[in-house]
Design a protein around this ligand. Sequence first.
Ligand code: CA
Length: 270
Amino acid sequence: MTGPPAPAPPPWRAPGGGRAEPAVDLATPPDYDRAPMPSADDRQRVLIVEDEPNIASFARMYLEAAGFEVLVAARGDDGLRMAEAEAPHLVILDLMLPGMDGYEVTKRLRHTGQTPIIMLTARDDAVDKVVGLELGADDYLTKPFNPRELVARVRAVLRRADARAVAAGQPQPTTIEADGLRIEVGGREVFAHGEGVALTPKEFDLLVTLIENRGLVLTREQLLERVWGFTFLGDSRTIDVHVRQLRRKLGDACPIQTVWGTGYKVPAKR
Ligand code: CA
């Protein structure tokens, strides 16, 4: 006896974009990485905002197998509301979403806090990644992705966020002063010739990383690794965009020099 025919699978079509959004790798069961299950109270909470039910349910399955508590929203506006109501430790955010797109959700989340965000994008387009990172996403994955990779990225981003929180709780030394530039490192404030300058978190981290390594040339890859915490092979634009913004905002107080063909540096004190 057979039941009614199975419903047709949903077409892999990005709403509006027309480009395919392929599913995750369905072949591998999520049993690779069974951490001992922590009690419900100390599990970290991850919110997945994704309108493709297959992708959302596989991401959920792998993250739950890895010991996370998982919430899912299928629309951008619902995801934003859940992020505000449930205060997840991390948000996995699709870019193309009904209700509100991932860029807008990121912008609004960054307006109110620093919840780490991993963006999912169907587009293998550097511009989307740069825009996402500019808005304050912590990392991104291009579909189709391996769910193990997703779990690894979630853990890495959470580790970095923990390290930041620990650092934020400690007394921060220091004022950095040089040639018209003053940085209150603990308060994350920057002044150019005495005027306060608003930097994004990544612009601030990039500037401080270069200053802390003054005299050394850092390659774009090293800067991506240190500031974003991952290697973004084959695309140096993220760093270039941020350096350009720093130069625009700080004017002649910007100490960053381009080292042609290599990377950037802040020259050693004379
Ligand atoms: Ca989508």
